[in-house]
Design a protein around this ligand. Structure first.
Ligand code: HEC
Length: 110
């Protein structure tokens, strides 16, 4: 029991310091998803391939329509395989959808 508590406290403090969580949220933070394996792969691509030339950019700092314009260019820059391109695209969409539905939550109580 004590151990669980310690682990919990440790992970809370890690979440507190690690900015990368909101730059590229973990799959577990995205709520219920049906394609977790694919999203994990997309996140790995995002963290490794998309931080070669610049830091990994906070996904939610770019709007969905901006991503639609930028992402195809950046996928080309990164010289990703087709399956990595699909995985990273799905991951970015999942993060944007999760943040959109989180933003929509408060208005549900209307
Ligand atoms: C070969 C180098 C390179 C790689 C790899 C790369 N980028 Fe970029 N990225 C750039 C450059 C250069 C710019 C700025 C010029 C521009 O907007 O075209 C940029 C700009 C961006 C921007 C716009 C930032 C802003 O604030 O407007 C986003 C978003 C972005 N990249 C995402 C990605 C993603 C996602 C990946 C992985 C799929 C990626 N980049 C991989 C070179 C790269």
């Amino acid at each position: 029991m004590k151990r669980i508590l310690l682990t919990l406290m440790a992970s809370i403090s890690i979440i507190g310091c690690m900015d990368s969580i909101s730059v590229a949220p973990k799959i577990a933070e995205l709520g219920t998803v049906s394609n977790a394996m694919q999203l994990e792969r997309g996140r790995a691509v995002y963290i490794t391939s998309c931080s070669r030339c610049h830091n990994a950019i906070r996904i939610t700092s770019i709007t969905k329509s901006e991503w639609d314009g930028i992402l195809p260019e950046m996928i080309e820059e990164s010289e990703l395989t087709i399956s990595d391109s699909m995985a990273v695209t799905e991951y970015i969409q999942a993060v944007l959808n999760a943040s959109a539905s989180a933003a929509a939550q408060p208005s549900k109580s209307e």
